[in-house]
Design a protein around this ligand. Sequence first.
Ligand SMILES: *Cc1c(COP(=O)(O)O)cnc(C)c1O
Length: 489
Amino acid sequence: MSEDRDATDDHAPEAGTRYDQARWTDDGQYEPLLAEKDSTEVAVGDDAPLPDDLTRDSLELPDLSEPELARHYTRLSGMNYGVDSGPFPLGSCTMKYNPKFTERVAALPAAAVHPDRSATSVQGTLELQAELQGYLGRIGGMDAVTLQPPAGAAGEFTGIRIAAAYHEANGDDRTEVVIPDSAHGTNFATAAMAGFDVVELPSAEDGRVDIGALEAAVGEDTAALMLTNPNTLGLFERDIEEIAEIVHDAGGLLYYDGANLNALLGRARPGDMGFDVMHYNVHKTFATPHGGGGPGAGPVGVTEELAAFLPTPHVRQQADGSGYERYEPERSIGKVHGFSGNWLVLVRAFAYIARLGDAGLADASARAVLNANYLASRIDYEVPYGPFHHEFVASAGEQDAADAAKRMLDYGVHPPTTKWPEIVDEALMTEPTEAEGKGSLDDLAAAFDAVAAEDDATLDAAPERTAARRIDQVSAAREPRLSWHALEE
Ligand SMILES: *Cc1c(COP(=O)(O)O)cnc(C)c1O
């Protein structure tokens, strides 16, 4: 098949890694679904304790041997791209390589505990939760941490709800949340969903918070400022102490979006910078493969003044030190997710932090920053803002960033995040992470440069060497067909 492909391919990559993604049929169709391969009507019992209209008499199931099944999934995996295939420099998402030992720990039979079991029968689980709360608190400089929110966005919502409850408890009616224009879209959505008016803060010339604009934006209506530090351009907010003072003097709280914590691990703490509440994207910073939208976890840390508002149930060591217990914090905002959130993601985070320790975490952030700076220094695309930390935003210049990104797939590189933040024209937001070695970074740079030198026609036609070519992204998002039946219809 690859000979065929060479014959039809006039845009074979000339530099960087040559890449061919698996394709399993010649006619443009993909590996067939199991139901298309072979299926059998299987009778099902009628003893299910469910209403009749929710049950059926027979079910069509694939009738395949084990080798047929194993090959099907192996073929599908070859048509996919993930952190085990090659570098995944998707800026802001921190798609770091996930060490296999964290998977082994999460797969231990003892990790799979039913969340409804009594506290006395799951003391080990509660101890792990309490320890992880402690680890995260120490890493972020926060006094108390809830593990419940199931994603970064859910952590934001939880944190802003806590801020709202705090102001309300003080009899303080505040209606606005201030957010820089470089922030992630979830920040704006969070503030709106929590019932606040969003005040968008324009960035200064250097890409950071504009102190003058901040002073003008905050006041007696300000409930909180939401800030990512380093921001989405990878820039550290050098004036963070002054920023904190301005917000606090106005009676507002400072919210830290923890998505970029990979830049600061073991080196600087949001709590020390003056932040009152933060989320951790543990799936970004502390292992867990999260491509394709999940699963994740977004624990929230708060200072002492806000601890009483944390979601319920919370976990703590019993006062007499004899064991661990679940309890409802005094002024809890309630539940934001079932039980303790996405538990096995939290187990992975615990294993990762415990294994690396203080020195390992500090080393990870140092390498993440070094790698981003090395890669940026090697590529031909312009990087307008700096000095940056764990990620940088290059500009594709005259090229369309999304087309350039599609072409990178042909070189075996997962594309960077594109067209965001909007401060940079045709943005290529790139985060190589700490796990890539020099050879891998050199290959990445070669791929970027090869794409930078290509013409629009080539970029328009890309990708050519992947299992799926251009996907209709709008229809995929707006009219998803998520079941075999929907596809049949
Ligand atoms: C990923 C991200 C979020 C949202 O986190 P999810 O875990 O994807 O919900 C928020 N802010 C920034 C800067 C991010 O990169």
